[in-house]
Design a protein around this ligand. Sequence first.
Ligand SMILES: *Cc1c(COP(=O)(O)O)cnc(C)c1O
Length: 459
Amino acid sequence: MANGDDTQRALAAAARLAQAYLASLPERPVFPPATVEELRAALGGALPTGPRDAALVIEELAAAADPGIVTTASGCYFGFVIGGAVPAAVGADWLATAWDQNAGLYVCGPAASVVEEVCRDWLLELLGLPRHASFAIVTGCQMAHFTCLAAARHRVLSDVGWDVAEDGLAGSPPIRVVTGELRHITVDRALRYLGIGRRAIRTVPCDRLGRVDPAALRRELASGSGPTIVVAQAGEVNTGSFDDLVAVGEAAREAGAWLHVDGAFGLWAATSPRLAPLLAGHELAHSWATDAHKWLNVPYDSGLAFCADVEAHRAALSVTAAYLVQDAGSRRDQVDWTPEFSRRARGFAVYAAIRSLGRDGIRDLIEGCCDRATELGAGLAALPGAELLNDVVLNQVLVRFADDAATARVLAAVQASGEVWLSGTTWQGRPAIRVSVSNWRTTADDVRRTVAAFATATG
Ligand SMILES: *Cc1c(COP(=O)(O)O)cnc(C)c1O
């Protein structure tokens, strides 16, 4: 059968090219050389008029795209907060594509549905969350915020007698959101999607390490009333610092507010007995958002939403009857928990990552990244003119050099070296360099190579 052969040859070509790519990690420049013009020239052209052999399309795509592929799989990529991908998750993700399930409804993919139930139970245990909490696998933490905050909006309004599903937001009692000044921008964006604009957000100052000031938060909560959502952060993107979730949780409870936690990467501290104290109090929250594609090292895209208020979660997102609560004995239709209708079977890769690493392997992955970050912080701090700006409590390192011009020069030189890659930021009004260690591949040798690249750039 010609079509079957085409599929076999396309998959064989993809497997060969993917393996060659991963084998080339140590030699590839960590940031690719191509300019946007070169990529447009290589990939662009007129709309194809006729068919082309599938395997050939794969070969040509790989050749044209290769100079524009960022080597995020490398142990020397430290930009933003970008995880790698563990082998079992990569394999499972390929299978998910071949199986091509529509994981919105049980009837469209029974195994995909059950795998997500299993992921829910495993993740609730791993992350120290209430065992009854509801769960959704979405595209990323952005949509996990959206999912959780939709549940929050439903609950805080229904508490004052307003049914947002029935009556919408126009004319509803106003919702206020109280959160730290260093929250992630995706929080504001999720709120905007939900009809909660910037003016509804009351911003509370943070300390030198990026943690919200709990006394100021308490004062802000006391200064108003009505439906209230508090958004706390576990893992600030520059410093990796954690809000004091005990103090924030108590303040939110006293104010009768919904507490949502942005733990895009920081929630994974729960998997390590050594790091878990950073998260103390996180069980006081009503919802939690995190990523699988960052620190669990699952391929993009994969975010996780958890909600202790199962009924609010279902009421906010269900496409069937909003007043029904989950029947524990029933089959899971993911559409009742996610913003999407048709969706990719993301659970397979999450399942495979957890199954392959196990509890101990996940702890080692998380602790290993934090240990490498500590070594990197020490190595960088010893360089001439370097100033370490954070306490390295997790996997983030923040550094600057003698002055702003030196910081910019060092960052540009290190990025251009091809040896390593990391990104810049602005911290307390001045340029800084951030290092995020989020990849299972990063070794102590990679740390030495990174410090050496910095030493060359500062020398
Ligand atoms: C990355 C990140 C997000 C957004 O996550 P996506 O997966 O990119 O949608 C939100 N909050 C924090 C703290 C993050 O680091």
